[in-house]
Design a protein around this ligand. Structure first.
Ligand code: KG4
Ligand code: ZN
Length: 350
């Protein structure tokens, strides 16, 4: 059985996992840094890299223990070396290189964004294993349209095969998660903004305010834009010009209505553009990953849209939406294809 140690430090999660060639996760750990970035309302790159430095070795140790796997038993070490924060990427990459050098094992570098789609593949494999589905009855997630909705990216891909992804469209300004984080901050809600907006929106009216859904009238344009939406919310809260948001007092109802109306507009844009991508490519499967895919309203609406069009929907389970090292399962495919890296391979920040 092939066993690969995967390492993830692209942003503010320090994570490791041991994954087999049947995509079984023998052990996985994520150390989140949310509490250290919270008071700044977003990820502070320097804090992120320092926290990764402190945590990477304990996280790897604990993961190997959980997986009941020794370093000697590993067939390779893999790390996400793109895209992400420069300092954060370097910690994971240096750790993976050091392990490979010391153990004489091959190094595999993976793309973090492909990983968000792979989270769906691992979840599907787990489901098949649990239901004891025979090998010849198992379907793969590929080919599919892939949507990645995270704090740094909002990308649509034509995923032809495991490591053959073609970018169809992306955001021309803010990423979806970034918009959730910034709107949350304007509303005085904590970081990370996505879960906070979702909680506030539960008591709000999504039709209270009509916010823009960019490019939805053009089915041929597969790009996203969230900065106009963010600005529209800002004007609704505080009007135009310079504002000190800490001085603005919103009632609970206003906050809930603004959160719900913003969330509805962001979700409509994501669902609408994804539907356009499915129409344009003629693909019949859809895979979705990234932190924003944890949003309940988004999950409801994309499920309805997929059902209506007879699309096979794979959406990452909640614990695999935000960053983790199980996504590093891309490494299994690269191992099979013999795609190893020299020990001087670089990190490729965003
Ligand atoms: O994938 P991820 O962990 O990190 C990146 O690669 O960026 O995504 C983090 C983003 C944050 O912007 C966070 O606010 C958002 O995902 N997020 C959510 C939810 N949970 C996390 N956005 C909307 N609703 C949620 N429930
Ligand atoms: Zn991510």
């Amino acid at each position: 059985m092939l066993k690969i140690l995967t390492i993830e430090t692209t942003c503010d999660e320090t994570a490791a996992a041991v994954i087999t060639d049947t995509l079984e996760v023998l052990g996985a750990m994520v150390a989140s840094q949310d509490e250290f970035h919270q008071r700044f309302g977003g990820v502070v790159p320097e804090i992120a890299s320092r926290m990764h430095l402190e945590r990477i070795l304990p996280v790897i140790d604990a993961t190997l223990k959980k997986a009941k796997t020794s370093l000697d038993e590993l067939d390779a070490v893999s790390v996400a070396n793109r895209p992400g924060l420069a300092g954060a990427l370097l910690v994971g990459l240096a750790s993976a290189k050091a392990l490979c050098l010391a153990l004489g094992k091959p190094l595999i570098a993976v793309n973090h964004l492909q990983g968000h789609i792979y989270a769906c593949r691992v979840a599907l494999a787990e489901q098949y294993a649990k239901n004891q589905t025979p090998e010849n009855k198992r379907e793969d997630i590929f080919p599919c349209v892939g949507l990645i909705v995270s704090g740094g990216h909002t990308n649509l891909y034509r995923c032809r095969a495991p490591i053959d992804f073609e970018l169809l469209g992306s955001t021309i300004d803010d990423a979806a998660g970034e918009a959730f984080d910034k709107v949350a901050s304007m509303l005085g809600l904590p970081y990370p903004g996505g879960p906070a907006i979702e909680r506030a929106a539960k008591n709000g009216d999504p039709k209270a305010y009509r916010f823009p859904r960019a490019f939805l009238d053009d089915p041929n344009r597969l790009d996203f834009s969230f900065s106009g939406l963010k600005t529209a919310v800002r004007y609704k809260i505080a009007g135009q010009g310079q504002v000190d948001f800490s001085q603005i007092q919103l009632s609970e109802k206003e906050t809930a209505d603004l959160a719900a109306s913003f969330q509805e507009a962001a979700v409509d844009a994501l669902v609408g553009k994804t539907t356009h991508a499915l129409q344009k490519t003629g693909m019949t499967a859809l895979c979705i990953g990234g932190g924003v895919a944890a949003n309940t309203r988004f999950r409801e609406k994309i499920e309805i849209a997929a059902k209506k069009r007879n699309i096979r929907l794979h959406i990452a389970p909640l614990h695999l939406c935000t960053d983790n090292a199980v996504m590093g399962a891309v490494a299994i495919e690269r191992y099979r294809a013999g795609l190893f890296e020299p020990l001087d391979v670089d990190a490729y920040p965003t």
